[in-house]
Ligand binder design. Sequence first.
Ligand code: ATP
Length: 233
Amino acid sequence: MALLELQGVESGYGPMQILWGIDMEVSAGETVLLLGANSAGKTTLLRTLIGLLPCARGSIRFEGERIDALPPDQRIRRGIAFMSELGVFPSLSIDENIALGGYFLRDAEVRRRKTRLFDLFPALAAKRRDAAGTLSGGQRKMLGIAKVLVAEPKLLLMDEPSSGLAPVFVKQVIEVLKTTIGGGTSLLIAEQNVAFLALATRGYLIDHGKVRLSGTRAELESSDTVRETYFGL
Ligand code: ATP
């Protein structure tokens, strides 16, 4: 049974339909890349999965149960986390941002998990009382990752972790994800940067709100469409 399963998902903004029947799945322990150009519908899909946008038609199942009518907080309690492009609240401190990611946990549990996260992200530990807005772009992404990891989600939905980052920081984010994600967390990453394929077992290419192509990492890397569009070959 897939951890996450979408069948015929349609969604959009009021009368403006953006997604046109998305079929997709993510298995437990898997990292899946959702590749697509600007405006392909990646953010719309992630927002529909976490419940910030209504699923107009089709179904979303998590651990075999329909979740498409549940409000976001109930999806979060079931083990889904969403890291938006912005990722953090700039006026809150690093400590406060991480605490927010675990708002539904007991304080003692948040403290225990925070200690572990600060071991993984020592640069954040050194600045824990500083406002997130004072961090560099790369460090802010790290904080965004720490903020969602504190919830120890079963499924992490990440919206364009590369956005606004110089290539050197993009590499760092990929390395951090390689070392921090694993165990019980599956990952669905929406990206237009094909470098994130390095993290994925499988991927989907979406275009104009439809799945154009899906396959293993190797299949996508050798696909003419992906090579022409994303590798510039
Ligand atoms: P990007 O990399 O630019 O974020 P994306 O693949 O995440 O691209 P979406 O943000 O899902 O794309 O946008 C898909 C379409 O939905 C675009 O045509 C966009 O203009 C439209 N759209 C996004 N947000 C809204 C909104 N709040 N109201 C109406 N249309 C919207």
